[in-house]
Design a protein around this ligand. Structure first.
Ligand code: C2O
Ligand code: CU
Length: 482
C-alpha cells in the first residue's frame, strides 16, 4: 500500500538535497492521498516498447508566403499500454499531437476543426500572437465548428507547444491528450553546427493515471496517483541511438509533475536551450529540471559509450514511488556513427535588458485544505470579465513572484512575452533559467523576479500558474496591454 508517508519518504529519498539549489527541500505536493496503483499500469515492465517520434505535420499549402495546416481535434483510441486501447483526445488522431516546424518570418496558419463533444480552444504556448489568435479560455470553438489561428512567427527561435486552454476544462483536456510541439527555428539557429535531422529528436514527457482497464483517470490535483510516465505517448520506452551527439527537444506536458532528469551513470548533458530558444552559452550539467509546461533543449554525446551500452534517463523529482516514477526511458547505444555536429561555445546573444519602469508583485497561492480548494493570483480567483493588470505598450516591467504556500509548488507562465529571470530568492538565476523563459518554477516559499518588455501586440492576455489543475481552479489572471 502506498501511503502518503511512504510517498513523502520516497520523494525525499529520490530528490536529494541540493537538487533545488537555494531551496529548502520540500515535498512536491502534499494535499490529497495516494491510492493503490491500477494493476494495468503497476505491472508494466519498463523498456519493452520503442519510443516513437511524433510525426511532423505536412502543410496543406505552402503557397502565398505562409504555411497552412489543418488539424482536427477528435477522440481516438490509442495503444498506450501494450495490448490495451485507451480513449484519448487528440489533434489529428495522434497522442501527443503532431509536431509543427516553423521558421521565423514565415507565418503559419492552422485551421482547427473541433470534432470533440466539448468546446475547445488552442493556445500556442510561448508564441507572440495577436490576442484573437491566442486561444483564450473564453474564446472557444464549439463542437462541429472550426477556426483559423494565425501565428506570425516574428520572434526568434523557440521551443513552443500548443495545447487546449478552455476555461475549467483545460486541465482535463490536456491530461487526455490535447498537446503537441511547435518548433520555431531561425537563421541564427540554423547556422549553428548542432545535431540535426534524425539526430534532433523531440521528446514530450508526462505522467498519467490509468485504471485497471487501461483507461485514463482524471481527478483534479491527483499528482500522487499519476505515476505512469510516458515519453512521446509510450510508457517507459527504449530509444535506439548511435554513438554520437543527439539534440533532444524536451517538453514537460504534465499537468502537475516536475521532472529532474539525470543519466543513470551520472554522465553529463549539455543544456543548450529552454522555453524561448537557445541559451547564450551551453550549460554542462548532470541534471535537467522541467516543471509542468517548461522545455529544455539538451545535447547528449553518446560517443563516450561503447555500442551495447544501455543508459536509463532517470527522474529524481517526486512525488511517487521511485519504482514507478524514478525512470523515464532508456537509451540503447546500438551503432557507431560519424558526427560532424558541435556545440559552439556561444549559441546566441540576448538583447540587453531595458531599464524597467514598473514594478509589481504577484502572489500565487492555493487552498491547501478544504473540500473545494481554489487557486488565487493576488488573492483573486480568475474572472474573465476582470482585467487585473494594465500595462503600457512598450513598458519593461519587473514582476516579483511569490509562492507563500506551505506544500504546493506553483509555476508562473505569461502569455505573449518571453521574460528574463533576474533573481531567485535573491540569488542570480540558475544557468538553465538564464535564457528567454515563459514559465518559471516556484517551490513553496520561493520568490522569483522576472522582467518582461511588452513591445509587440496590444490587447488582453493571460498569466497563470501552469500546473494546469491549479489554473483550472482559478489560478489565472488577465493583463491588458494598451
Ligand atoms: Cu501553456 Cu496559458 O498556457
Ligand atoms: Cu499552482
Amino acid at each position: 500500500m502506498v501511503t502518503r508517508r511512504s510517498v513523502l519518504r520516497a520523494t525525499l529519498a529520490t530528490s536529494g538535497a541540493g537538487l533545488f539549489t537555494g531551496t529548502a527541500l520540500s515535498p512536491m505536493f502534499l494535499t490529497g492521498g495516494a491510492r493503490a496503483d491500477a494493476p494495468a499500469a503497476a505491472a508494466l515492465e519498463p523498456f519493452r516498447v520503442p519510443m516513437p517520434v511524433p510525426r511532423v505535420l505536412d502543410p496543406v499549402s505552402r503557397w502565398g508566403g505562409f504555411d497552412a495546416y489543418a488539424m482536427t481535434m477528435r477522440p481516438a483510441r490509442k495503444e498506450i499500454l501494450p495490448g490495451t486501447l485507451t480513449d484519448v483526445l487528440t489533434y489529428d488522431g495522434e497522442f501527443p499531437g503532431p509536431t509543427i516546424r516553423a521558421s521565423r518570418y514565415r507565418p503559419v496558419v492552422v485551421w482547427q476543426r473541433n470534432a470533440l463533444d466539448t468546446p475547445a480552444t488552442v493556445h500556442l504556448h510561448g508564441g507572440e500572437v495577436r490576442p484573437e489568435h491566442d486561444g483564450q479560455p473564453m474564446d472557444l470553438i464549439s463542437p462541429g465548428r472550426g477556426r483559423l489561428y494565425v501565428y506570425p512567427n516574428r520572434q526568434p527561435n523557440a521551443s513552443l507547444w500548443y495545447h487546449d486552454h478552455a476555461h475549467h476544462t483545460e486541465a482535463e483536456h490536456v491530461f487526455r491528450g490535447l498537446s503537441g510541439s511547435y518548433l520555431l527555428t531561425d537563421r541564427a539557429e540554423r547556422r549553428l553546427p548542432l545535431p540535426s535531422g534524425r539526430y534532433e529528436v523531440p521528446i514530450t514527457l508526462r505522467d498519467a493515471r490509468f485504471d485497471a482497464e487501461g483507461q485514463l483517470v482524471f481527478v483534479m490535483n491527483d499528482v500522487f496517483n499519476r505515476t505512469t510516465l510516458l515519453a512521446n505517448g509510450k510508457p517507459y520506452p527504449y530509444f535506439e541511438v548511435a554513438a554520437r551527439k543527439y539534440r533532444f527537444r524536451l517538453l514537460n506536458s504534465s499537468n502537475l509533475r516536475s521532472f529532474m532528469l539525470r543519466l543513470s551513470d551520472g554522465g553529463e548533458m549539455t543544456q543548450i536551450g529552454s522555453d524561448g530558444g537557445l541559451l547564450e552559452r551551453p550549460h554542462t550539467t548532470d541534471s535537467v529540471f522541467m516543471s509542468a509546461g517548461e522545455r529544455a533543449d539538451v545535447v547528449i554525446d553518446f560517443s563516450r559509450y561503447p555500442v551495447g551500452t544501455r543508459l536509463v534517463l532517470q527522474n529524481m523529482a517526486g512525488p511517487g514511488d521511485p519504482a514507478l516514477i524514478g525512470q523515464v526511458l532508456r537509451f540503447d547505444v546500438t551503432e557507431r556513427a560519424r558526427d560532424r555536429s558541435e556545440v559552439p561555445r556561444v549559441l546566441r546573444r540576448l538583447p540587453r535588458l531595458d531599464r524597467p519602469t514598473v514594478e509589481r508583485t504577484i502572489e500565487l497561492r492555493m487552498d491547501e485544505r478544504g473540500p473545494d480548494p481554489k487557486g488565487y493570483i493576488n488573492g483573486k480567483v480568475f474572472d474573465p470579465d476582470r482585467i487585473d493588470t494594465y500595462i503600457r505598450r512598450g513598458a519593461s516591467e519587473v514582476w516579483t513572484l511569490t509562492n507563500p504556500n506551505q506544500h504546493a509548488p506553483h509555476n508562473f507562465h505569461m502569455h505573449l512575452v518571453q521574460f528574463r529571470v533576474l533573481e531567485r530568492n535573491g540569488d542570480s538565476p540558475r544557468p538553465a533559467d538564464a535564457g528567454l523563459k515563459d514559465t518559471v518554477m516556484l517551490m513553496p516559499g520561493e520568490t522569483v523576479k522576472v522582467q518582461a518588455t511588452f513591445d509587440s501586440y496590444r490587447g488582453t492576455y493571460l498569466y497563470h500558474c501552469h500546473l494546469l489543475d491549479h489554473s483550472a481552479m482559478g489560478m489565472m489572471a488577465q493583463m491588458r496591454i494598451r
